[in-house]
Design a protein around this ligand. Structure first.
Ligand SMILES: Cc1ncc(COP(=O)(O)O)c(C=O)c1O
Length: 365
């Protein structure tokens, strides 16, 4: 069976370097917020772009939660998001007392820039875009709109490490970008991890205080903080992976190119790439009317698939208190019923790629 993703492959690619780093962290005698975290923050920020700063935190959800908190999102504030987004994005808002306000996605599965303005009310404080599946949202209208309407602009980049739009890396378009370094991510560790990035140095300094009990120096607490610290082991291992990012990205682009050029089946809608967007192919997501039937067929062909995500965020039971009903966002709903993720990971052999393509092309519905 060709897996939809296999983390062991990612480890094996640079096994020796990971092992050496792990041992060096173990032998350092210092395990949370230390030299590895500082070095990772600097290297990641530098790789993202000029004037960028980073605060490492314990996971992607807490990157959103702390980031919004540090920027003043609080009880009753409305934050505009996409209706087909991931639950963690919404939890980052609700855990600050905020209210996610949903907007339909576009044909690239990202928030539709033309539908945001209609969702703005006097309670709206921010727009939080998610660059879903590794493709940057079309940002120019959103940046202009947020400036014009005095809204903060945030980016959930948990799926979009080094995806760019018009030459700018995601995370650098607005007030802050939020990253997850969960193992499946393009820049994934071997445990939980996350980061907040911004060109606003003061904001990043603030996050560094919030992540560590609100402490500006040892045993001195200036705000009511959290425990959201990144550990040395994850930071060290992430530095190894970061140093190979170009190569890893090239692998994924090669797989995506082969799928895009090789798949010819009228029952399958291939992903569309917006002009100006450079996707990093966190996932390779097609649309097919008979989602379950196609997946069963692929399993029988020896190819594993997945669905990201079967239930749109706005219909999750946990968010039913917001009062959103079925039928409110038909585009998001249809997407969830028709998306299928094909195998995409740090490495697939040419034979595996060909096998996936052939199986998809033979699908007759
Ligand atoms: C879009 C999006 N936002 C946020 C998160 C949360 O990241 P984490 O799992 O590190 O908390 C994820 C992770 O899966 C995600 O895909």
């Amino acid at each position: 069976m060709i897996p939809v993703n296999e983390l062991l492959r990612s480890y094996k690619l640079y096994e020796k370097e990971y092992n050496e780093k792990a041992v060096s962290v173990l032998q350092s005698g210092w395990y949370i917020l230390g030299k590895e975290v500082e070095a990772f923050e600097e290297e990641f920020a530098q790789a993202l772009g000029e004037g960028c700063y980073c605060a490492g935190v314990d996971n992607g959800l807490n990157a959103i939660r702390l980031g919004l908190h540090a920027c003043g999102i609080t009880t009753g504030d409305e934050v505009i998001v996409q209706a087909n987004g991931y639950i963690a994005t919404m939890l980052g808002i609700t855990q600050n007392g905020g209210i996610p306000i949903f907007v339909e996605p576009d044909q690239y599965h990202n928030i539709d820039p033309d539908k945001i303005e209609a969702a703005i009310t006097e309670k709206t404080k921010a727009v939080l875009v998610t660059h879903l599946y590794g493709q940057a949202t079309r940002m120019e209208k959103i940046v202009e709109l947020c400036k014009r309407r005095g809204l903060m602009l945030f980016e959930d980049c948990a799926q979009s490490h080094f995806a760019s739009y018009q030459g700018v890396n995601t995370g650098l378009f607005g007030d802050a970008g939020f990253f997850s370094f969960y193992p499946t991510k393009n820049l994934g560790g071997f445990g939980d991890g996350g980061g907040v990035v911004s060109r606003n140095k003061e904001l990043i300094e603030k996050i560094k205080i919030y992540r560590n009990y609100g402490s500006d120096y040892k045993y001195h607490n200036i705000v009511l903080g959290f425990n959201s610290r990144l550990d040395e082991m994850q930071a060290g291992l992430l530095r190894v992976k970061l140093s190979h990012m170009d190569e890893l990205l090239a692998n994924r682009r090669k797989i995506a190119k082969a799928y895009m050029e090789g798949i010819h089946n009228p029952r399958i809608r291939l992903p569309e790439v917006a002009a100006g967007a450079e996707p990093i192919w966190y996932l390779f997501v097609i649309n097919v009317d008979d989602q379950a039937g196609f997946r069963n067929y692929m399993t029988a062909q020896g190819v594993q698939t997945d669905v990201h995500f079967p239930t749109p965020a706005f219909l999750q039971p946990a968010l039913s208190y917001l009062g959103n009903k079925e039928g409110t966002f038909p585009i998001a709903e249809k997407d969830c019923k028709t998306v299928v993720s094909l195998p995409m990971m740090d490495y697939l052999s040419d034979e595996e790629i060909d096998k996936v393509i052939e199986a998809v092309n033979r699908y007759e519905g």
